[in-house]
Every structure is written in C-alpha cells, then in structure tokens.
Design a protein around this ligand. Structure first.
Ligand code: SF4
Ligand code: MSK
Length: 625
C-alpha cells in the first residue's frame, strides 16, 4: 500500500492525513504504527478473560472450552470478566473525580484568598449551587459562600453514607430505583475503594453483584465527581456561553511561538492562556524573533479554554503526535489523562519541549515545571517563558503546518442552551413533542486507532442530524465535529427539515458542543431537567448516548453511569467483556429490566444510527408523542 493510501485509511481528517504522510516520510512511528506492531493483540485480554489479581495467577480461561474453565482459585469466566470491568470503571471514575477534587481545591484556595491568580467568575452559579447544598448566601460575600461550597463538595468525596447532593437532580423515580437496587451512590472515594476490595481475590464472586457495584461506582463519578468538576469549574472560570473559534492543526502559527496545552485540567490551561497575554512575555517573544504567542489545545484541557475564551483547538486525542510532527510547536504543556507516553521521544526528533506540570503525571524525558494552584499565574508565566525561549530552536526546514482549519461555535452549557431557547426548555420540549426534533443524543468519547480516525464520530453525527435528532457532544467527538464544520449554524443545512427549522429559528448548530469529558455531567443535568419537566423518568425519554471511538477507562465509567441513569448507549468499539456470555447478556439485555436502559455494541456508525433511531421512535411511541 502506498503512503497516501495508508494515511487516508487511518484518518478521514485531511490535516491528519497530511501529517501522517509526513510522519511516514520521516520514518516516525505514531500510535497507528504501534497498533500494527502489537498485532495480533492478546485474545484473552480482548475477551476480558485474563486475571492477574493474585500471585497464584496470572490465569486465563479458554474461550473455546478446550482448556481451563477456572483460574487457580476457581474464578470462572463470569467472575473474571465482571471483576476486570469493575476495575476499569473504578479507574475511570477515579480519573474524573480526582480532577473534580483538584477543582474543588482550587475553589477553596480562591475562597480563602490563597490562590495564585484565580477569581470567582460566576456568582449567579455560585449562589444557585449554594442553594442546592443548603448553604446560606444572605448577607455573605462570594468568598464566604464559595468556601462553604468547596468544603461541602470536598466532604462529599469521602461521604461514608449517601446521598451525593447532585444525584438529587435526577427524577425521583430514578433515585427510587437506585435505592431499590442498592446502588444510590455514596462518596466516590468509598465506592472506588469498595470496588478494589470486592475485586481482590476471594471477595465478590457473583457477577451480578459485581456489575451492580460497577453501576454504583460509575454513578458516584457521573453525578458526583464529574458534576462537581463541571459545576465548580463554571463558578471559578465562568459558565460557558456560545463563542466562535477555530479547530484543527491549521490553527498553529508559522510565525508565532506555538504552545499546545494538552490534558484535562482547566486550572492549568486558564492560567497559561492568561500568561500568554502578559506584555513582558509578548515582548520577549518578539525579541526572540516571533510575532507573538499562539496558544492551542489538544483534548479536554484545550476544550476548557476553547469554550470559555475561544482559544483555538488543534485537534483531538490521535492528533497529539501529529501536532509535534508539524515542527512548529515550541512547547506541549501537559497535565493529566490521555497524554501518550510516546511524546517525549517524539519531541526529541524536533525542537519541541514537553513540559509536564502535575505531580501525579511525570514523563521521563520531559521538562517538569510543577504547577501549584497557590502560585498559578507565576508558574504559568514560567512555563510560557520556557516555550518562548525555545522559539529560536525552531528549524524552519522542518516546519509543515497543514492549512486545514475550520470555524466552530462552542460553549453550549445547559444554561447557554436554556438561554438560546429564550429562557426555558419549553421550545425544545415543544419541538420534541411535535416531532420536529425526534430526540436528543449525546455523542462522546475518544479516538481509537482501531477505528479510522473521526470516521465513526462524523458519520454517526451526520446520520442522526439528517434524521432530525439533535446531537449534544463533548470531548474528542466534539473536536471531530468542530473540524468538520458541524458545530456551525450553517451545518443545519445537513439536518432534516424539522431540526433545520428549529436550528434556523434559534440560530444554533444542529450539534451542540457541551464541553470536555467531565462535562458529560452537563448531559445528565440536561436529561434530568427534561425528564423532570415532562414528569417522567430519564429512561422514558427519546434520548440515547454513543461513544463511537472510545478507548479510555474514563469512557467505561461514563458509559456505565449514562446507562445507570436510564440512557440507552451504543459503543463503537467492543469492550473486553465477550468472554462471559452472562456478563454480556446482563449489559446488553438484562440491564433493560433492571435499570431501564442497556448497552449495544455496533462498530458501523450507520447501523449504530439505525439502532439509536429505532430506540428513539420506540420511546416516542411509548410516550404517545
Ligand atoms: Fe488466578 Fe484467581 Fe488469582 Fe485471578 S484471583 S490470578 S483467577 S488465582
Ligand atoms: S480527551 S478521555 S481521549 S474524549 Fe478527554 Fe478525548 Fe477520551 Fe481523552
């Protein structure tokens, strides 16, 4: 196969194809090459049938019934698959929720006057959240209220008993069901610890009981850690409102210092964006021969500043290596999550500095400038300065920035959607009732080199809007849509007549960008608000979720809390559960009776769209609309 064909097989995104060809020309390996080098991947691992939970193992179960059907301790395929899945959920929940804890810490420092540059930006949201927590606001300044809110949220992480405050946004029927099943979550720390305990050798050996705890752990993430992360980020950095920006690798500048921020935490990216405006640093950049400082994002930390400041986004998960291969990046500043360990070696082929910032995430070969919220702005300036000073090392002969970039409209928080609708959800509910909008689907999740980059994301979204389904999205799906022009009001031309008319009358895109991966909590809040307005459970709504190109453990937690919240969810990559027919049947069939929603797995985005549309039409019929 020639170089050109291989690049277009790997990605549908033209900018990425250009850089993949460049990588191939320079003999540089990327995630796609490393995936090829891994073939064939472990069949036991793919089926979830390998256990390393004690040192009598590792054990594996023969899926063909010819070898052992139990581990040394007697664990069956059901137990091993369910335990492995629960550990994935626990890891994903931990990642999101630890992010939420860091945001809470930043809010507390700010309230106490000890943060290094943050201020409380959204007082209206602060007061609304305070009311939700029963915190007095009367006659108190915003710092006092924020201090109490941060302390209350902090305490929830370790709640020994429930309930988690934000779970009570869900319809009462849903909460009752969680209680009945014993999965109304307690604090996320407790649920994760219990998940690890249950999966230790010789503890929970009932696959149904293990999966139920998986639902509870995921719920403590979705309605707990992730919602806290989203809500307190809004208080601290401002609730997103629609704003225009640009997306794809073409946002990199040929004559400015390019700094890419990559990872997940807005505490860092907010300050880097602020530091890049510093007059002294801009002057220094000019002194070094650059025409200024250009910040661009990759993944969710980029999304946080994209939707709050209009900072351009250079790409999604599989573009992190491609950005460095442009030869035009002075520094890639990383915090936590989805940052490939391959980056420092790759950066060594160019002048790019990888600057790690989190005490939790160090990278051999990277420059470590540790970020602490109490000195946030000063450290951010130090990081930006390191990037600026690296500009003279740029080798013009190695620079290849693709022209591709696309305008996008982002920042549709729940508050912004209600605002766009004129102050209440009624116009959306009316459009759903009339059938102009058939339903609402949240499409989220990563890229995965096992799937042609962005292909499944874009085709699923296009197929749904064509059929009058409003799409709301986050994370790497949202970035894929931004690059493809689907986050523009003009994209309504690609929608069915009903959705097109609604979008035109409101001036909104048919695909609404709701934020980063923790902001899937916004989708939960929106679904809860719609269900409460209609007086039904979330599982009664004509809504669905999808993760067409997922890869991370966070995505496993997300999918699980979305299903546990009553939302049918279609996965585009097969999860490692097929080694147990019982676990697979529980997730894809039995869950419907248990919690009113289930998973489906469909790799083909067109068939996935059909599954979702059938589900939406069935829900509409049941509601009599
Ligand atoms: Fe093997 Fe059981 Fe130990 Fe797992 S827990 S490694 S199945 S002996
Ligand atoms: S960045 S978790 S690859 S969405 Fe949030 Fe993208 Fe998935 Fe990371």
């Amino acid at each position: 196969m020639d170089v050109k064909d291989r690049a277009s097989e790997r990605s549908v995104d033209t900018a990425s194809q250009i850089m993949l060809r460049e990588a191939e020309r320079q003999g540089i390996d990327t995630a796609w090459d490393r995936l090829e080098a891994q073939q064939p991947q472990c069949g036991f691992g793919e089926l979830g049938l390998c256990c390393r939970n004690c040192n009598m193992g590792p054990c594996r179960i023969d899926p063909f019934g010819e070898g052992p059907d139990q581990g040394v301790c007697g664990a069956t395929a059901d137990i091993i698959v369910a335990r492995n899945l629960l550990r994935m959920i626990a890891a994903g929940a931990a990642a999101h929720s630890d992010h939420g804890r860091d945001i809470t810490h930043a809010l507390l420092l700010t309230a106490e006057g000890k943060s290094g540059g943050y201020e409380i930006k959204d007082t209206a949201k602060l007061n609304a959240l305070a009311a939700e927590y029963g915190i007095d606001t009367e006659g108190r300044n915003k710092e006092e209220v924020a201090g109490d809110l941060a302390r209350a949220a902090y305490a929830e992480f370790g709640n020994q008993e429930g309930p988690i405050r934000f779970t009570r946004r869900a319809p009462s029927k849903r909460v009752e069901l969680w209680r009945k099943l014993g999965i109304d979550p307690r604090g996320v720390d407790r649920e994760i610890v219990e998940a690890m305990h249950r999966t230790h050798i010789g503890v929970d050996n009932d696959y149904v009981n293990l999966i139920l705890h998986g639902l509870r752990t995921a719920l403590s993430d979705g309605w707990g850690g992730s919602t806290i992360a989203t809500e307190l980020s809004d208080v601290l950095f401002g609730t997103p409102k629609p704003i225009k920006s640009m997306a794809n690798l073409g946002v990199l500048s040929s004559d400015k210092v390019n700094i890419i921020i990559h990872g997940h935490e807005p505490t860092l990216s907010e300050m880097i964006v602020a530091a890049a405006d510093d007059a002294d640093l801009i002057a220094l950049a000019k002194e070094k021969g650059a025409n200024g400082i250009n910040i661009a994002g990759i993944c969710c930390t980029g999304t946080e500043v994209l939707m709050r400041h209009g900072t351009p986004i250079a790409g999604n998960f599989l573009q992190q290596e491609l950005a460095i291969i442009t030869g035009a990046v002075e520094a890639m500043v990383v915090d936590v999550q989805c940052i490939m360990p391959a980056l420092p070696d790759l950066a060594g082929c160019f002048h790019t500095k990888i600057i790690s910032t989190s005490p939790k995430a160090k990278f051999p070969g990277a420059t470590h400038i540790e970020f602490h919220e109490d000195k946030a702005f000063d450290i951010a300036k130090e990081i930006v300065k390191a990037a600026v000073e690296n500009y003279p090392a740029r080798n013009a002969a190695k620079v290849k920035i693709p022209d591709e970039k696309m305008e996008c409209m982002v920042g549709f928080s729940v508050e912004a959607i209600v605002n766009a609708l004129g102050g209440s959800l009624d116009p959306l509910l009316d459009a759903i009732k009339s059938g102009a909008v058939k339903g609402v689907v949240g499409i989220v999740g990563c890229n995965n080199p096992k799937i042609q980059h962005d292909y499944a994301h874009l085709n699923l979204v296009k197929e749904l809007i064509k059929n009058d389904v409003l799409v709301i999205n986050t994370g790497c799906n949202a970035i894929a849509c931004a690059k493809a022009g689907l986050l523009l009001p003009e994209a309504a031309d690609q929608a069915g007549d009903g959705l097109k008319a609604v979008c035109r009358s409101l001036g909104i895109p048919p695909v609404l960008h709701m934020g980063s991966c923790v902001d899937i909590s916004r989708i939960l809040t929106a679904c809860a608000a719609i269900a409460n307005a209609l007086g039904v459970d979330i599982s009664d709504l004509p809504v669905a979720g999808a993760a067409p190109e997922w890869m991370s453990e966070k995505a496993v937690s997300i999918g699980t809390y979305v299903v546990a919240s009553g939302i049918y969810t279609v996965l585009g990559a097969v999860p490692p559960v097929l080694g147990s027919a019982n676990v697979t049947a529980l997730l894809t069939e039995g869950a419907e009776d248990l919690i009113g929603a289930k998973f489906a797995v469909e790799v083909d985005p067109f068939k996935a769209a059909k599954l979702i549309l059938d589900h939406i039409m069935a829900k509409r019929e049941a509601l009599g609309i």
